[in-house]
Design a protein around this ligand. Structure first.
Ligand code: MTE
Ligand code: MO
Length: 335
């Protein structure tokens, strides 16, 4: 259940992002010194940082307690400045709730995210409909602070909370024919006004896909939270993909189906504009979008007189971890 609690945190309890980060570094330091085995309980997940005047999503009980058990010491996290919660949860792309950046915050508030069932099907030994709780609970939640680069040219740094997608896939026991993973968003025009709109170029439901090795990569996570709390509906609650080295549109929200397949699945933006959006969509400053350059990005927060334009990095700065997945591939052809 989602509870909108406006202004419920006294300002004295709000930890600014800088302190949040210092604390994280401190905890990381302790863990490195061997002072803490997992640094589990100490993570900043329970802090109410940067939430002045914002809604907090409590989520279901099981998620609340799983969040308290989460860990925050991942070596895969960046220590770049976090994008404030206000922007992470207020500047969104989620066309099911409208095409404006403020539409998802405005129109997704009553979106029903619990109970939530996910179908795992296709090339697996254990196809089933799972309650979200049963998919998440066998793993420990982890905080992962990732850069996110939208194909439109803006980017953020977001503290996600989730579990590796690999955990879920392994438990479903893929067969030897499983070469790709397809993901599908909920189809529910009653709740999602964008799915009723005649302006949309997307053929609903939104779908995405990954190659099996991309899906199994340790950077690839399924997020159920951000900033230590439950995922807000506008960010794809209760269950969304996060693939940080690819353009944001690959990170599909509010997923109800995961289908393992032998053949490459269709993907929404590729179907809608195949010359502009490919299946791979790896962040690549050397391959421009047909209508704009991808060499730089606007890192949020960004202001009129301080736009904060930075260079875009190959694979969004994750080349060391993932470039080997594409050895021998022409990345201009496979954009
Ligand atoms: N189902 C669905 N998933 C989606 C989208 C969408 O419109 N529908 N937009 C994508 C795009 S273009 C981006 S940049 C990211 C934005 O994620 P965020 O709003 O949590 O930052 O979600 C992606 N996932
Ligand atoms: Mo995007």
């Amino acid at each position: 259940m989602l509870i909108g609690k406006k202004n419920s945190i006294p300002s004295s309890e709000i930890t600014p992002e800088s302190i949040y980060r210092q604390r994280r570094q401190f905890i990381k330091g302790l863990a490195a010194m061997g002072g803490l085995a997992a640094s589990g309980q100490l993570l900043a997940l329970t802090d109410q940082h940067d939430l002045a005047g914002e809604r907090i999503y409590s989520g279901p009980e099981w998620l609340q307690s799983a969040l308290k058990q989460g860990r925050s010491d991942s070596r895969l996290s960046t220590d770049e400045s976090l994008t404030p919660y206000r922007l992470v949860s207020g500047h969104n792309n989620f066309y099911e709730f409208g095409m404006g950046k403020g539409d998802p915050l405005r129109y997704a508030q009553r979106f029903k995210t619990d109970p939530w069932r996910v179908e795992i099907s296709g090339e697996v030994n254990k196809p089933a409909h799972y309650e979200l709780e049963d998919l998440i609970k066998p793993s420990q939640l982890e905080e992962r602070i990732y850069r996110m680069r939208c194909v439109e040219g803006w980017s953020m740094v977001i503290p996600w909370v989730g579990i590796p997608l690999a955990d879920i896939i392994k438990r479903a026991e893929p067969t030897s024919k499983a070469k790709y993973v397809e993901f599908v968003t909920l189809l529910d025009p009653d709740q999602m006004p964008g799915q009723r709109s005649s302006f949309s170029t997307i053929d609903w439901p939104y779908r995405e896909g990954l190659r099996m090795d991309e899906a199994m990569h340790p950077l690839t996570i399924m997020a159920v939270g951000l900033y230590g709390n439950s995922l807000p509906p506008q960010n794809g609650a209760p269950f969304r993909l996060v693939v940080p080295w690819k353009y944001g549109f690959k990170s599909i929200k509010s997923i109800v189906a995961i289908n393992l397949r032998e053949t490459m699945p269709d993907t929404s933006w590729n179907l809608s504009a195949p010359h502009e959006y490919g299946f791979y969509a790896n962040v690549n400053p050397q391959v421009d979008h047909p209508r704009w350059s991808q060499a730089t990005e606007r890192r949020l927060p960004s202001q009129l007189f301080n736009p904060n334009i930075i260079d875009t990095l190959p694979f969004n700065g994750y080349a060391e971890e993932v470039a080997h997945l594409y050895t021998g591939m022409d990345l201009r052809k496979w954009y």
